[in-house]
Design a protein around this ligand. Sequence first.
Ligand SMILES: Nc1ncnc2c1ncn2[C@@H]1O[C@H](COP(=O)(O)OP(=O)(O)O)[C@@H](O)[C@H]1O
Ligand code: SF4
Ligand SMILES: [Mg+2]
Length: 460
Amino acid sequence: MSAESAEPESIESVDGIEPAEAAERAGSNEQAESSERVESAEHAESTESAEPVKRAESSEQAESSERIESVKRAEPTERAESAAPSKVVHGPRRPGTPALEARGLVKHFPLHSGIGRGQVVHAVEDISMVLPAGTVTAVVGESGSGKSTLARLLTGLIKPTAGQVLLDGEPVGTGARARRKYTSSVHLVLQDPFSSLNSVHTVRYHLERPLKLHTKLGRAERAERMRQLLERVSLTPAQDYLDKYPHELSGGQRQRVAIARGLAVGPRVLLADEPVSMLDVSIRLGVLNLLDDLRSGENLATMYVTHDIASARYLADCIVVMYAGQVVESGPATRITDEPAHPYTQLLLSAAPDPARAETPVLRGRGAPPSLVSPPAGCRFHPRCPFAMKVCAVRSPEPRTVGEDHVSACWLHVSELDDDQREPLSAAATGTATAIATAAATATATVQAAESVDGATDEN
Ligand SMILES: Nc1ncnc2c1ncn2[C@@H]1O[C@H](COP(=O)(O)OP(=O)(O)O)[C@@H](O)[C@H]1O
Ligand code: SF4
Ligand SMILES: [Mg+2]
C-alpha cells in the first residue's frame, strides 16, 4: 500500500463503520469517539495494543521550548539511541503560548504478522513542534516520511508511543469533556474530500450536524450560520449549495464544504493533510488561497501537509522537512526554499517543478526512501545522499542552527569532524571528494555566520 493512501485505507477499514461515516467522524470533530476504532483498524498486519508510554515530565521537556540555542552548543551525540527527547522545537516563532504544541512525539507501529513480525514501523521519531495562532506550518516530505502519522497524532486519532500534545499550553486530558473540547478545537481536513463527505447526505446535513452536536443554536440560527459558513468558503450564493449531494459538486467545492464543516464549531487549529493533492491543478490555488485567508481571518493555527514544496513556499510561514520519520530541516519558508541547508531538502527542491528552469533537473540524490521497519543507521538519508561520509553511516546528526530560526540535521554542518569521519562513504554514492569539501565548507561557513548573528543578537 502506498503511504499516500494510508489515511483513506485506515478509515475504510474501520470495523463496522462506513468509510464516509468514519471520515465524517474525524472531520466533524468526533475524533475522540472514533479514535479507538480507527486505531484498531490500522494496517491489517498491525494492531495497536500498547498504551502510550508516558514520558516523565522531565526538566528537559520543560526546557524544550527554549529551542535550539542549547542544541547548537551541544556536542553531536547519538540522537537515535538517546532516550531524552530532542530540545529542538520546529515551527514558526511567535510570542505567547502556541495554540497547539507537540513535545517529543514518537509513533512506532508494531507489526504482528507477515515480514517483519515482532518489529515496529518507526513512523515518527521524537518530533517537537509548535503551531501558533495565525500561522501556517507546512510539513513536507516524500510518501512514507510520516507526515500523515504526525497529523493523526495531533488530532488524537492515534495515540503516541511517547510524547505529548498540548492545547493552549495544557496537556490534552483523557476525560470525555476534555476530549470533546479538544476535538472541537482541532480539525482535520483529509486529502480526499469524497471520502470525508457522506455521499448519501446533502451539504445541509454535513454542516448542520456539527452545529446540532456542538452548539445550542436554534433552527433559524443554524440556517444563518450555515449560510455564513458557505460564504466563508466562497460557495455563494449559499442557497445554491445547501441541497446538493457531494457527487453534484466539483472536487474543489467538496473540499470547501469539508473545510466549512470544520469551521462550524470554531476550531483553533486546522490540520490539512494533502488537501489539494487530489484536486485538479486549476482549482488547487483557490483552496490554498482559502487556507491562507483562514489564517488571517479566523486566526487559525494551520498545519499544511504536502509533498509539494513549491506549494508549501506559497502558503507557509515555516517549512518542516521530514525524511523517514524524522525532521531533517526546518525554518522560514523562503529561507528553506531559497537556501536549503540539508541535502534532502535540496533533493526535494531539485525535483519540484520550476517554470523558470530551462533544463530537466538532475536529482541531487538517488534511490527511494528506506524501510521504516529497519531504517538505516546513522543519518537515515545516507544511502541516497551524494555527500555521505563515513560518519553519516554510523552516527545520527543532531539538528544545528544554520540561520535565524533555521535548523538542519546534517554532518556537513559540523566542523569538528576528523579526516577519517569525513571520508566519502563510497565514490559511487557520494560524488567527488571536491563536492563534499565544497559543500562542507559552505555549510560550516553558514553555521559560523549564523552563530555570529546569534551572538550579536544576544548582546543587544
Ligand atoms: N497503521 C499503521 N501500521 C503500520 N504502519 C503504518 C501505519 N500507518 C502508517 N504506517 C507506516 O508509517 C510510515 C509513514 O506513513 P505516513 O505517515 O502515512 O507517511 P506520509 O503521510 O508521509 O506518506 C509508512 O511506512 C507507513 O507505511
Ligand atoms: S551529508 Fe551525511 S548527514 Fe548530511 S544528509 Fe548526507 S548522509 Fe546525512
Ligand atoms: Mg500521507
